[in-house]
Design a protein around this ligand. Structure first.
Ligand SMILES: NC(=O)c1ccc[n+]([C@@H]2O[C@H](COP(=O)([O-])OP(=O)(O)OC[C@H]3O[C@@H](n4cnc5c(N)ncnc54)[C@H](O)[C@@H]3O)[C@@H](O)[C@H]2O)c1
Length: 308
């Protein structure tokens, strides 16, 4: 199992670290455009191997795609992150060119790879890869919903005063402050709807706090977060590598599902060795449908900025 992570910055390195610690991949290649940077991150991470007890071999390369050849899974985290006050959508000017070039290089050296897109604006970057890489649609996965759902569960546990392992919930829709659709109606505490424990007002606050989860951290950190994003990506990589058939909300190309087509947006999917093995169709309430529609309109507006 060979995994390549492009971009050895905050998210890429965190992702490589979590993959290594989970010890399911034989090799992780970190690639960055900055001379020596990926090599340095890889060496530092490898020096944690005896301490953290993993055997995954991490190597770093400067823009040499021949070293990524034969990767089973590739993750794209290259590009600029947002600064406080910025939206993810504002990153498109720089990141679209980077993601297009990187995905084409990865597909050239690993034509059978499964690609996970992390760079923002993520839904539009995933759509761009669908339009330009030539890879099958089940092999192009945008990561956003897994992170947003983890942030949702964090906020739910906080509101309930419960351990996080007691709560379950999912966020679908676009990976943006206004586009996220936290499914509060379906969130549970050990199978019991959370509305049994907290008021509608408190649940609305959970929803709003979840939607600005990334912006809240960007304001505190001065740049966007990396631990939870890296952990979320590693969860997707593991589900594919180990053929776990796990369900995550991911940004995938829709072809009629949820009444939409020609758009990549977050919906629940089953991940296994073939990438997206199934798009799970769940019955949404009228309010959730309206929220999804509004979310899709937002994603399409950003997609329209692409020069395809
Ligand atoms: N989808 C999500 O849930 C999610 C979560 C967090 C961050 N992000 C996004 O992930 C991206 C990376 O964030 P970060 O905090 O790691 O940024 P970062 O600046 O720490 O790292 C980005 C790295 O990409 C490298 N890079 C730039 N152009 C490249 C190219 N052409 N080829 C190879 N490497 C290149 C840079 O040298 C840098 O090391 C941002 O776009 C950010 O918005 C997405």
């Amino acid at each position: 199992m060979k995994v390549t992570v492009v971009g050895a910055g905050a998210v890429g390195a965190s992702c490589a670290e979590y993959i290594a610690i989970k010890n399911f991949a034989s090799e992780v290649v970190l690639l960055d455009i900055k001379e020596g940077f990926a090599e340095g991150k890889a060496m530092d991470l490898m020096q944690t191997a005896s301490l953290n007890g993993f055997d995954t071999k991490i190597t770093g390369v400067t823009n040499d795609y021949s070293k990524t050849a034969g990767s089973d899974i590739c993750v794209i985290t290259s590009g600029i992150p947002r600064k406080p006050g910025m939206t993810r959508e504002e990153l498109i000017g720089i990141n679209a060119g980077i993601v297009k070039e990187v995905s084409s290089n990865l597909a050239k050296h690993s034509p059978d790879t499964i690609l996970i897109i992390v760079s923002n604006p993520m839904d539009t970057m995933a759509y761009l890869v669908h339009k330009t890489s030539g890879l099958d649609k089940n092999k192009i996965i945008g990561m956003g919903g897994a992170l947003d759902s983890a942030r949702f569960k964090y906020r739910l546990a906080e509101a309930l005063g419960a351990p996080i392992s007691d709560v379950d919930g999912m966020v679908i829709g676009g990976h943006s402050d206004t586009g996220m659709v936290p499914l509060t109606r379906l969130a549970t505490r050990n199978s019991v709807p959370v509305s049994k424990f907290i008021s509608e007002d408190r649940l609305n606050k959970v929803m709003e706090d979840t939607k600005v989860g990334g912006a809240t951290l960007t304001k505190l950190l001065g740049t966007s977060a990396w631990y939870a994003p890296g952990a979320a990506v590693s969860g997707l990589v593991q589900a594919i590598a180990c053929d776990q058939k796990k369900m995550f909300p991911c940004s995938v190309l829709l072809d009629g599902e949820y009444g939409m087509d020609d758009i990549s947006i977050g919906v629940p999917v089953i991940l296994g060795r073939n990438g997206i093995e199934e798009i799970v169709k769940i019955e949404l309430s009228d309010a959730e449908k309206a929220h999804m529609k509004q979310s899709a309109e937002g994603v399409r507006k950003v997609n329209d900025l692409l020069e395809l």
